[in-house]
Design a protein around this ligand. Structure first.
Ligand SMILES: NC(=O)C1=CN([C@@H]2O[C@H](COP(=O)(O)OP(=O)(O)OC[C@H]3O[C@@H](n4cnc5c(N)ncnc54)[C@H](OP(=O)(O)O)[C@@H]3O)[C@@H](O)[C@H]2O)C=CC1
Ligand SMILES: CC(C)(CO)C(=O)C(=O)O
Length: 332
């Protein structure tokens, strides 16, 4: 399988290295000192499952790669709208775009025949249709990431835990393209189940991110520190309960208890969430997909969600004052 990883950062470079190890033809698209290190030394993966190095092609020029079978999108969600020039040279008539992201994807209300919100565009994650114009929904394959990685230094990925990347079509079909990509991931040592109801996974994963990511950015605490602080743990539980209520209002019934979900996040340990890492690096925060869209869906479904709104407001203010680029704003 020919795969281009667009945005070969913490998650993308890890997946690209695994796919290459499994026999796929992999092209990493990256930039800056990280790209220079990838070109000079390959991807060095440091992992409790065993360190390894993979040497796939790496470039900042997708036109040199041309059309591929699958684009694995490892960008942050807020970077999707601006990626047309990078993405379009990689697209042939049948190229699928597997979007590995936290939060609510831009295609969320598509492929839902008979649902009252079928086709509804979410302004937070598809502002003015800017993302669906760049990545048409028909190409989209969802991907929920149960894996923690970080860029330890340019070209070096530290893998902390987890190897599961659940994928699924917006319409729930178990397509040939999903099965082929899953087989390539499994050959590379990763878990990649094709889920007929990926929205369940989206909400279960999101219950953790919606609480831990903004709270970690606001407090600069690791996941285990947040879970170990009684007041913060209560806040996490309240945010998770509201998120469950919103999921249920859209017709999804995530099968997980709040205590089990907190325990799962706690097991990740002294990990700085990707949002805290972005804050410390002065980068834009992924607030729109991770909490803004949840509040937008609360509005659409008539759920009050007061705690989510308050934390979103505080995190939005943080983004406006502490990073170069603010989020689209809190909804109150
Ligand atoms: N890291 C983690 O443990 C987890 C992450 N996720 C999710 O996975 C997704 C990806 O996150 P993550 O891998 O952490 O993000 P990263 O920021 O590490 O990766 C994105 C990469 O894309 C690169 N990039 C951005 N724009 C361009 C461009 N124009 N040309 C070339 N390269 C570009 C970035 O470079 P630069 O740094 O120069 O901007 C960066 O290396 C997010 O949705 C995140 O929430 C989910 C679970 C866990
Ligand atoms: C915290 C973690 C790793 C949860 O698995 C995550 O999704 C993130 O850092 O954004």
């Amino acid at each position: 399988m020919r795969v281009a990883v667009l945005g070969a950062g913490a998650i993308g470079a890890y997946v690209g290295a695994a796919l290459h190890r499994g026999g796929s033809e992999v092209h990493l698209v990256a930039r800056g000192p990280h790209l220079a290190a990838l070109q000079a030394h390959g991807v060095r993966v440091l992992s409790p499952r065993g360190d390894f190095t993979a040497r796939p092609d790496a470039t900042d020029d997708p036109a040199r790669i041309g059309p591929v079978d699958v684009v694995f999108l490892g960008l942050k969600a807020q970077q999707y709208a601006g990626c047309a020039a990078l993405l379009h040279p990689l697209l042939g008539p049948d190229t699928a775009v597997v979007a590995a992201q936290n939060g609510i994807p831009w295609w969320y209300f598509h492929g839902l025949a008979g649902h009252r919100l079928q086709g509804r565009r979410l302004e937070t994650v598809d502002p003015g249709g800017a993302v669906s114009a760049v990545i048409p929904v028909e190409r989209a394959v969802g991907c929920v990431v149960y894996c923690s990685t970080e860029i330890a230094e340019p070209g070096v990925i530290r893998h902390l835990e987890g190897t599961r990347f659940s994928i699924g079509e917006p319409d729930g079909s178990v397509s040939a393209r999903c099965q082929a990509f899953s087989a390539a991931m499994v050959a590379g040592g990763l878990k990649c189940p094709v889920e007929p109801d990926l929205r369940q996974d989206i909400w279960i994963k999101l219950m953790g991110n919606v609480a831990f990511n903004p709270l970690s950015a606001l407090t600069r605490a690791t996941m285990v520190q947040i879970a170990g602080h009684p007041g913060a743990r209560r806040l996490v539980a309240a945010m998770m309960a509201e998120t469950l209520e919103i999921a249920q209002a859209t017709g999804v019934k995530p099968e997980v208890s709040i205590e089990r979900r907190i325990a799962g996040a706690e097991r990740v340990g002294h990990h700085k969430t990707s949002m805290l890492q972005d804050l410390e690096a002065g980068k834009e925060l992924e607030l729109d997909a991770i909490i803004g869209a949840v509040v937008e869906i609360a509005d659409l479904t008539g759920v009050a969600a007061p705690t989510l709104r308050d934390v979103h407001a505080a995190a939005d203010l943080l983004a406006r004052t502490c990073t170069h680029v603010p989020s689209k704003g809190a909804r109150r």
